[in-house]
Design a protein around this ligand. Structure first.
Ligand SMILES: CC(C)(COP(=O)(O)OP(=O)(O)OC[C@H]1O[C@@H](n2cnc3c(N)ncnc32)[C@H](O)[C@@H]1OP(=O)(O)O)[C@@H](O)C(=O)NCCC(=O)NCCS
Length: 152
């Protein structure tokens, strides 16, 4: 039900994307409007925005993609918006010929880890003390079938 309202964001949506990001992440991890706008002007940069308060930002390089940020406003969580944004980002990647999606998630982020595990992401690496608070990151990946629904 969230898919229909998703907006393929451009740098003109950077303020809205940054506001959602700022509400969802601790201050040390905020991406400002300028940084988000820059990502969207780089080759392969993409973002999806849901007016209800969700965003996903990613980047493609050749047939690989990275999810750089996925965020839902606290008051809109547990309604399926995060899952819908992730699935729509995967669809975008698949349609553009991507074969795999990578992302990093904090070891302590039980909500996001549960979402990604349920979506089929598997651990492919770890980064020690990756986050500003000293927390470790798991590197997760999921294969994508180009042009079609996600694989495996
Ligand atoms: C992670 C985040 C995007 C999830 O968004 P959301 O809209 O609440 O997620 P959904 O409602 O689509 O949840 C999908 C599934 O993820 C899992 N999940 C989500 N939040 C969870 C939580 N707090 N505890 C346990 N499982 C959770 C569940 O399996 C859930 O399915 P269910 O509701 O049917 O049980 C959101 O919590 C958020 O913005 N967090 C802060 C930013 C962040 O950590 N982003 C990810 C960084 S890698």
């Amino acid at each position: 039900m969230f898919r229909t309202a998703l907006i393929q964001a451009t740098s003109s949506h950077a303020a809205a994307l940054a506001a959602i990001h700022a509400a969802a992440f601790p201050p040390a991890e905020h991406w400002g409007e300028g940084a988000i706008a820059t990502q969207l002007t780089l080759p392969g940069g993409f973002a999806l925005l849901h007016p209800a308060g969700g965003m996903v930002l990613g980047r493609m390089a050749a047939d690989e993609a990275e999810i750089l940020a996925l965020a839902v406003l606290p008051e809109r969580r547990r309604g399926g918006l995060g899952r819908a944004l992730l699935a729509a980002a995967e669809q975008h990647v698949g349609a553009a010929g991507g074969r795999v999606v990578y992302l990093e998630v904090a070891a302590a982020n039980t909500a996001a880890r549960a979402l990604y595990a349920a979506a089929g992401y598997r651990e492919v690496g770890r980064r020690s003390r990756y986050y500003p608070d000293g927390g470790d990151a798991f590197v997760l990946a999921r294969p994508i079938r180009p042009g079609g629904p996600t694989a495996g």
